[in-house]
Design a protein around this ligand. Structure first.
Ligand code: SF4
Length: 347
């Protein structure tokens, strides 16, 4: 019988994966719930970032039922720092749907609000062995390189359109869950975006871009234009507390960061109320195609926070004591910066 490229690829891939799969918490005593939570967390996020969040999440919400009964603010607090907060809200919503009417197929997962093809395919194949191919950034990269696809893609969606049929053609229908996991694993640790490890790659003998020396050309995306923005903020504290406000960046980005807290922005009204003192920090963050530089200033003089929040300019702000902060949901960068400020205790 003729051995096809697909057969060779699958066999090399799975034999490599059986010896090299990373031991990850959601792979130990796997369950549908662990698979769903990990796949939501892993969307556009690296495994090493997800690990501490996953452990804490399982402790706080050990089941669909526990998650469905949690308040949104508690869910956001547990997600705080992981980014792309819409995922947390959708996962919370999915748990509520699941508790009422358990979901067991790709199509039904796809019908859940906020669940895209990637998550639906990953969950259905890994948890239910449904023969549906996962197409994420890792999979696209490996398959483009494997077949030396050098065509220029204008968007990620355009690339998915081309790669999905290929992914389905390569899928191991008898063990789709393991195959999908193996392919994503290869993309994550061997066929990486920058500097792929071709010499150690288990599938190099059937990789067309390796043979043709076109690895650096695949996949080929149009460069997205990025915009730079500047935001000025205040760090206002007293001996017990500091000031926060609901994310204003979230308003710009259609509520993505709704419900999360950040340091208050410096508006003209606030500037005339409390002036501006020393610049204490400048940090960077990126959301979508925007790159933000955030400059954080002290007020001109010492402020009494309790009186300050009575002023109309600060009416949307909250005074947060040092003890309360662990129960609140911050955006990732602000959580990190505030903890640095408090540790240094310089200002
Ligand atoms: S040989 Fe290189 S380019 Fe080809 S799949 Fe392996 S790591 Fe990727």
């Amino acid at each position: 019988m003729r051995v096809t490229l697909e057969d060779r690829f699958r066999s090399l891939l799975l034999s490599w994966y059986s010896k090299n799969a990373r031991i990850l918490p959601w792979r130990i005593n796997p369950s549908l719930y662990k698979t769903v939570v990990s796949e939501f967390m892993l969307q556009q996020t690296q495994v090493k970032t997800v690990l501490p969040y996953f452990e804490r999440w399982m402790h706080l919400f050990p089941s669909f039922k526990a998650l469905s009964e949690a308040k949104e603010s508690t869910v956001l607090m547990a997600w705080s720092g992981l980014g792309y907060y819409a995922r947390a809200k959708c996962l919370h919503e999915c748990a509520r749907v699941f508790v009422k009417d358990p979901i067991y197929s790709y199509q039904r997962w796809l019908n859940c609000k906020g669940v895209g093809n990637y998550t639906a395919a990953a969950v259905a194949s890994i948890a239910f062995n449904e023969a549906v191919a996962v197409v994420d950034g890792n999979v696209m990269r490996v398959l483009c390189r494997l077949l030396s696809v050098t065509e220029l893609f204008k968007t990620k969606d355009a690339a998915v359109k081309i790669i999905r049929p290929i992914a389905n053609q390569f899928l191991l229908k008898t063990d789709p869950g393991k195959y999908n996991e193996a392919l994503m694993e290869l993309g994550a640790i061997v066929c990486t975006k920058q500097k792929p490890h071709c010499e150690e790659c288990p599938v190099k003998s059937c990789c067309k871009s390796y043979q043709k020396d076109t690895v650096h050309l695949c996949p080929h995306f149009v460069q997205v234009k990025r915009t730079r923005c500047k935001i000025q903020r205040y760090w206002i504290r007293d001996t017990h507390a500091f000031l926060l406000e609901p994310s204003t960046v979230g308003r710009v980005f259609q509520g993505t960061l709704r419900g999360l807290l950040e340091l208050p922005t410096m508006t003209p009204q606030r500037l005339s109320a409390i002036g501006v003192g020393k610049l204490v920090f400048a940090g960077r963050r990126s959301i979508g195609t925007k790159d933000f530089t955030e400059q954080i200033y002290l007020p001109r003089k010492k402020i009494n926070l309790e009186s300050l929040i009575l002023l109309p300019e600060f009416s949307n702000c909250v005074r947060v004591t040092f003890d309360q902060q662990q129960y609140l949901a911050f955006t990732g960068p602000h959580k990190h910066w505030i903890s640095k400020f408090l540790q240094s205790n310089k200002f």
